[in-house]
Structures are given as C-alpha cells and as structure tokens.
Design a protein around this ligand. Structure first.
Ligand SMILES: Cc1cc2nc3c(=O)[nH]c(=O)nc-3n(C[C@H](O)[C@H](O)[C@H](O)COP(=O)(O)OP(=O)(O)OC[C@H]3O[C@@H](n4cnc5c(N)ncnc54)[C@H](O)[C@@H]3O)c2cc1C
Length: 339
C-alpha cells in the first residue's frame, strides 16, 4: 500500500521546526526523524498524518556531546552512531553493545535514538537504556523547554508524556562510573527482530560486593522500567554454560548457586517466581519439561508438559498465582496445574 497524501515541511532551524509543529501538530501533523517506524505505519495507513515536519535538515540536532557527567544525544543522531563507543566511558561500550541488537544495518543507518524514545515501542532497546539509566529527556515547543525524567516519559505502549507540539530535542544519559560493569541480553526469535524481552544491568564491585546496581526490563510489560531493588530483593539468574541456577543478594553481594538437574547447556526459559518457588522450562535440555525449584528445601521437581513436543519460552503468572505458559512456537497458551 501507499501512504495517504501528505505535505512534507523541511525546516532548517529548530525555531522554524517548532513553529511548524505549533501550526500543524493540532492538524494531525507529525515529526519525521529516521522514518523507520513512522513510514511503515503510514504505508499500512495505520497513520495518515496530513503534514510531516521533517527534522533531518535542522542544524544542530545530529550531535553527541559530553560535559564529563552527561552524554547528550541530539534528535537526529542515528542508531549507527553508536556502533563504536561515542565516549571514553563504560557507557560508550554499553551503547555500542546494545546498538547491534537494533534491527538491521540499513535501519540503524536511518533510525534515530530520540525517534525510538518518542515512538516508545515497549520492546525498544533504547527505551530500556533510557529507563534503566534514568535518562533526562529534553522536550521543546514554541513556549519553551521542559525536562522529563525517563520514569515519567514512558506512559504505555507507544505512549509518552510528549505533548503533540513538542519535539524531543535531546536525550541525556548519565555517564557511568569508570569501574562500572554492565550486561545486556535480549531474547528474540531471529537476529534483528524486536526483542520479546530484554534486560539491562549495570553495577559496581566494591570489596567483592555489588553496589549501585541498576536492573531494567523491556518488552515484558507495556513500558520499560528500572526495577527498584529494595533491601530484601534478590536477583535470580541462570548460567547456561555451567548449567547452574543462581541467586544474588545485592545488599550483601552473596551468591548462592544450585546445579540444574539437566546439567550444563540447559537453558531455563520463562522463569517466574510464584508461591515461594521458581518455575521454568528447560527447553534446551528437556523440551517438554516444566521445573519447579523450591529455594527453602533446595529441591527440584519436574513435570512433563501435556501434549508436549514444543518449546515453552514464556511464562507468566495468572491471577491465582499459577504459572501460565505461553508457547511462542505454536502460539498456544496453557496453564500448569500441579496436584
Ligand atoms: C524491520 C524493522 C525492524 C526494527 N527493529 C527494531 C528493533 O529491534 N529495536 C528497536 O528499538 N527498533 C526497531 N525498529 C524501529 C527503528 O529502530 C526506528 O528507527 C525507531 O523506532 C524510530 O526512530 P525513527 O528515527 O525512525 O523515527 P520515525 O519513524 O521518524 O518516528 C517514529 C515516531 O516518533 C515520532 N518522533 C520521531 N522523532 C521525534 C522527536 N525527536 N520528537 C518528537 N517525536 C518524534 C514521530 O512523529 C513518529 O510518531 C525496527 C524497524 C523496522 C522497520
């Protein structure tokens, strides 16, 4: 399909862009940045904006700058700008590690960091980064500028706190401590696809203890968010190569591990914690098996999945607190009832 007719405006200055937005946003006008989300949506006629304010020629929006504390990313900075670290700080490496998970090379050459935030796809990698690192988003319209904390910016699926005539001119990310470590992982069916779920963690080690831990999740809920780690919170993880299930207590830095009954190279999928136990499916080693681990008794129990044969990748908990399996390979949903 072709998009519905529209008029493209190509301002050269920020003031001009804001003036155009003030006029056309109330008439269903939209900002056009990399066009990698907006154009497909228009082609399917899911959006029919009558006016596009194309910001690609606006001077001064394509810069990545740092003042030694914060990294400022202008509205037209492309995903590909982060292929190599943009700053000599662990944040530079973090961004380049994350960037390679976004779509494919041609899309990364056009799509923008700020466009991803404004589009607010719950599975967007940059949205997860902004939420986890508590970015500050700079929005402008003809009336002035306001700063929005990432926690207030993402309001839901493709919904943000931006007003219709506001341009997201810049995203500000705090630089990380020099000794900060990070980890990012996402799960998708094919390389380049949107993540079905993604997680980002940063932390520092002090005297063998984890401090300043930040953990964020994306794709799993309507909006990405930083998980607040309270003093009693623990992090569960799996070590695929060694086949271990582990528990980290961020307050004390204590790590406890249990060998998985299926041994090394068993990949627990879809972990949920409910009714005092950890539930998961070991798809790699035992495709049809659902496992329950009780941290109190340190016992593993397993059940064959009825009608098995497929891999259960995602699990959730229903209102009664029972694990619900959403089988991504056959798109079937099942509830485990354990007697
Ligand atoms: C095949 C394919 C695979 C993809 N895979 C991924 C993926 O794995 N991960 C991922 O995160 N993304 C993915 N994308 C989306 C891609 O990253 C987009 O580039 C990005 O989501 C939007 O950025 P953009 O600059 O292209 O914005 P546009 O498409 O130009 O705009 C998107 C929306 O944001 C608004 N907007 C854009 N910039 C601003 C601004 N500065 N201020 C206010 N509003 C603004 C527009 O009006 C529009 O509503 C994929 C896209 C395709 C086509």
């Amino acid at each position: 399909m072709k998009p519905a007719p529209f008029i493209r405006h190509a301002p050269k200055t920020l003031d001009e862009a804001l003036r155009l937005l003030a006029i056309y946003a109330p008439q269903d006008g939209r900002v056009l940045a990399g066009g990698q989300s907006l154009v497909p949506i228009m082609a399917f006629r899911l959006a029919k904006p009558a006016h596009l304010v194309d910001i690609n020629d606006v001077a001064g929006l394509s810069e990545v700058m740092t003042d030694g504390k914060v990294l400022s990313i202008g509205a037209c900075v492309r995903h590909a700008a982060f292929h190599k670290p943009v700053v000599d700080n662990p944040l530079g490496k973090l961004l380049s590690e994350v960037a390679r998970h976004i779509a494919h090379y041609p899309i990364r050459m056009r799509g923008t960091f700020c466009g991803s935030l404004a589009h607010a796809d719950p599975a967007s990698e940059w949205c997860l980064v902004a939420a986890t690192l508590e970015a500050t988003l700079v929005a402008r319209n003809t009336h002035g500028e306001r700063l929005i904390a990432a926690a207030d910016f993402f309001e839901g699926i493709m919904a943000t706190a931006l007003k219709e005539d506001e341009l997201l001119v810049e995203a500000r990310l705090p630089l990380l401590a020099r000794d900060a470590k990070f980890g990012f992982n996402e799960f998708n069916r094919r390389a380049g696809d949107f993540a079905m779920a993604a997680a980002l963690a940063t932390y520092r080690l002090q005297g063998g203890k984890i401090v300043e831990a930040r953990v964020g999740i994306g794709g799993a809920e309507a909006r990405p968010r930083r998980i607040a780690l309270g003093p009693d919170d623990v992090i569960w993880y799996t070590d695929f190569a060694r086949g271990y299930l582990g528990r980290l207590d961020p307050a004390t830095g204590k790590v406890t591990e249990w060998p998985s009954p299926s041994g090394p190279k068993s990949q627990p999928y879809g972990i949920v914690f409910t009714k005092g136990a950890l539930w998961y499916n070991e798809s790699a080693a035992k495709p049809n098996t659902i496992v329950r681990f009780d941290p109190k008794t340190e016992k593993f129990q397993s059940w064959a999945i009825p009608g098995g044969g497929d891999i259960v990748r995602n699990m959730a908990v229903n209102r009664d607190g029972n694990p619900v399996m959403a089988n991504s390979l056959v798109n079937a949903v099942g509830v485990v009832t354990v007697k």
